[in-house]
Write a new protein. Structure first.
Length: 302
C-alpha cells in the first residue's frame, strides 16, 4: 500500500490548444503549461474532457501525451487520460502513457453502453493490470450515464494496489463525502479529487485531497491560494477564495460542450492562445463572449 497520497492539491485538466486547422498548437499548449506551473499547481492532467480527448484519434492522443510529458519535463507530476469506450484502445493508450513517462493515468468508465457492475470492475482491473502506473478512476456520470459508486470504488481499490484515486466529477457533496468516508476508511492514502470548482473547499473540509477542475486553466491562482490558505489553517481566507470558486461554474453554462468557454477565458485572462475547438464543439459567439467577459470582470479575474 502507498504510504502517502500520491496525487493531491490542484491538478488542472489542461485544455489542448489547437491551430486553426485542428493540429496541436505546441507553442500555445506549452505557454499554457508554463503559466500553470508558474502559478504553483501540484500537477497537470492532460487529455481529459477539456483536453477534447473524445474528439481525437488514438494516434493524436498519443502525440499530445508525448508532447505534454516532454514539455513538463518532471517539473510537476503528469496524469494522462486514457479512457474511452474501447477497452483494448484504453489499454494501448495506458501502456503508451507509461512508456512515454507519465506519472499516472486517469481512466473514465465506458460511456456508450451501460456496463454491468461485474464488467465494469473487470474493465478497470484489466487496465490496472496492463500497467504498473498508478491509476486514477474518473467518475463523470453526467456524461457517462453511469455512476462509480463509493462501494464499487472501494471494491476496485481493494482489488488492485495501483488503483490509487478518483476524480469525482459530480455535483454532490453527499457523493464526495461518501467517497471519502467509504474508500479512505479502508485506504487512507487513496486520493479523492473533486472535478467541479465549487466543490474544492467542501472536498478539503471533508478530508479529500484537492481538485481537477477547469478554472485551473484561466485562474489557477484562485484554487492554489484556497488550498494554501486551507493548509495553513486560515479557513476565513480559504472561504474568501471559495466565494469566487462558487461563482465560476456560471460561465460553463454559456455553451455545451464548454471547452470553447475555457479557451476564451484563457485569452480574456491574459494568455493569447488559439481558441479553436474540435467539432462538434464550435467557436463561442460574440454575445456569449461578452457575457463571459462580464462574469470574469465581476470576479476580478480579468
Amino acid at each position: 500500500m502507498q504510504q502517502t497520497v500520491q496525487f493531491s492539491g490542484i491538478i488542472p485538466p489542461v485544455s489542448t490548444i489547437f491551430t486553426a486547422d485542428g493540429q496541436l498548437d505546441k507553442q500555445g499548449t506549452a505557454a499554457l503549461i508554463d503559466d500553470m506551473i508558474n502559478a504553483g499547481v501540484d500537477g497537470l492532467f492532460f487529455l481529459g474532457s477539456g483536453g477534447e480527448f473524445s474528439q481525437l484519434s488514438a494516434e493524436e492522443r498519443k502525440a499530445i501525451a508525448e508532447f505534454a510529458i516532454d514539455h513538463v519535463d518532471r517539473r510537476v507530476p503528469v496524469l494522462i487520460g486514457t479512457g474511452g469506450t474501447n477497452a483494448r484502445e484504453t489499454i494501448d493508450l495506458s501502456q503508451h502513457a507509461q512508456h512515454a513517462g507519465a506519472d499516472g493515468i486517469v481512466v473514465i468508465n465506458p460511456y456508450y453502453w451501460k456496463v454491468s457492475e461485474q464488467n465494469l470492475i473487470r474493465y478497470f482491473q484489466q487496465v490496472a493490470d496492463s500497467v504498473t502506473l498508478p491509476v486514477i478512476l474518473y467518475n463523470f456520470p453526467a456524461l457517462t450515464g453511469q455512476d462509480l459508486t463509493p462501494a464499487l470504488v472501494k471494491t476496485l481499490a481493494d482489488s488492485r494496489g495501483n488503483i490509487v484515486g478518483i476524480k469525482d466529477t459530480i455535483d454532490s457533496v453527499a457523493h464526495l463525502r461518501s467517497m471519502i468516508l467509504t474508500v479512505k476508511a479502508a485506504h487512507p492514502h487513496f486520493t479523492v479529487l473533486c472535478g467541479y470548482d465549487d466543490h474544492l473547499f467542501n472536498t478539503l473540509l471533508l478530508g479529500g485531497d484537492g481538485a481537477i477542475s477547469a478554472s485551473g486553466n484561466f485562474a489557477p491562482q484562485v484554487s492554489v491560494k484556497l488550498l494554501l490558505a486551507f493548509r495553513d489553517g486560515d479557513l476565513a481566507q480559504a472561504a474568501n477564495y471559495h466565494q469566487t470558486m462558487l461563482q465560476i461554474p456560471q460561465m460553463y453554462q454559456l455553451d455545451t460542450p464548454f471547452v470553447n468557454v475555457i479557451k476564451e477565458a484563457i485569452v480574456l485572462c491574459g494568455r493569447p492562445v488559439s481558441t479553436h475547438v474540435l467539432p462538434p464543439a464550435s467557436p463561442l459567439d460574440d454575445a456569449r463572449k461578452a457575457q463571459l467577459k462580464s462574469l470574469l470582470q465581476q470576479l476580478k479575474l480579468c
